[in-house]
Design a protein around this ligand. Structure first.
Ligand SMILES: [Ca+2]
Ligand SMILES: [Ca+2]
Ligand SMILES: [Ca+2]
Length: 333
């Protein structure tokens, strides 16, 4: 997502008063030396390339610590990277400031499974004449749920530990469901995590009380891709659909010595992407991943019956695609 003015201001403010400032300024080591024809193809498709990480960041509306020090915790922070044309992008993504959903499983600020979640749900009214639907969602690492174009809820923990969330809404059919999913990162702007510069993976699974569930009938498009040795591995279909499946999931730049050479590609998220009127005909179908590929954690496995037959989804590259928008229009319950 392109940076909002307020967030950009916040980042500049942080930079002016923190030691992270030097590295922010050092991030833009342009030009990116690559084959001009592939760069032109990227530009023609609306892609923007940046290079190297940024260290400044603001908290993503997520916990700054967990109750127990034994929990594997990583704070979700949002940095700003500058592309080669001077455009500024939130990395991995700006987040909606709206309400979080109710915990299904939270072992950071909660105690694991939340047995009282149903009683804690409040209905977000999208359409007053609609029907009530409860959504159960588990994302690696972060999601926002939109229904018929309206924001419904967001994930309370944007990075780790892994959690799962319930949200209830009231909406009419045909019902357009949008999931905005982010594979969070620690090395902001280059899609990696932990001291060992691991290329993290994404994935999302959701089950709705009207019988809707994540499966191969959903659409999924990628908007932030990293880390890349070269942007040339990113291919485009006839209608501009993105395919990073040829991009190495362990690029040579993915380590502490070469990280400044890692590239990222950013695409603007359409403002109306979650609305019923948005045409997703040219978006790729979502890719279904196996249980082994997704590697579900306790936040899913301890609630497996509730998630039922819902499938693990992402775009075509579960490692390199870090911000993915998913859509499904449900004709009737
Ligand atoms: Ca989460
Ligand atoms: Ca992840
Ligand atoms: Ca990733």
């Amino acid at each position: 997502m392109k940076t909002f003015g307020t967030l950009a201001t916040a980042v500049i403010f942080t930079c002016a008063f923190s030691t992270g400032c030097d590295k922010v300024m050092a991030q833009a080591s342009f030009p990116i030396n690559e084959d001009p024809s592939s760069r032109q193809a990227l530009s023609a498709m609306g892609g923007h390339a940046s290079i190297g990480p940024t260290t400044a960041g603001v908290n993503a509306g997520s916990p700054t610590r967990c109750a127990s020090s034994s929990t594997q915790f990583a704070e979700a922070r949002i940095g700003t990277v500058t592309d080669e044309d001077g455009g500024r992008w939130s990395a991995p993504a700006a987040t909606h400031q709206g309400d979080t959903g109710v915990d299904l499983f939270n072992d950071c600020t909660g105690k694991g499974i939340n047995p009282d979640y149903v009683a804690q749900l409040e209905t977000v009214v999208v359409n007053p004449d609609g029907v009530e639907v409860t959504a159960l969602i588990h994302a690696d690492n972060y999601f926002e749920l939109y229904v018929n174009g309206a924001f419904v809820c967001r994930d309370p923990i944007a990075f780790t530990p892994f959690n799962s969330t319930a949200c209830r809404f009231k909406a009419t059919y045909p019902m357009t469901i949008g999931l905005r999913a982010v594979d969070w990162e620690e090395h902001l702007g280059v899609g990696m995590e932990y001291a060992r510069y691991n290329v993290g993976d994404g994935g999302v699974v959701a089950s709705f009380s009207d019988g809707t569930r994540t499966d191969e009938s959903w659409k999924a498009e990628a908007f932030y891709l990293a880390p890349l040795d070269s942007t040339a591995c990113l291919k485009f279909g006839p209608a501009g659909e993105r395919d990073s499946s040829a991009c190495p999931i362990k690029p040579a730049c993915a380590n502490s010595r070469n990280v400044n050479a890692c590239k990222a590609v950013h695409f603007a998220e359409p403002e109306d992407w979650a609305t019923p009127g948005f045409n997703d005909r040219n978006w790729p179908s979502a890719t279904v991943y196996t249980r082994k590929q997704f590697g579900p954690k306790a936040a899913y496995t301890e609630l497996e019956d509730e998630f039922g037959a819902a499938k693990f989804l992402w775009s075509r590259n579960i490692k390199i695609d870090n911000v993915v928008l998913l859509r499904k229009t449900v004709a009737a319950p």
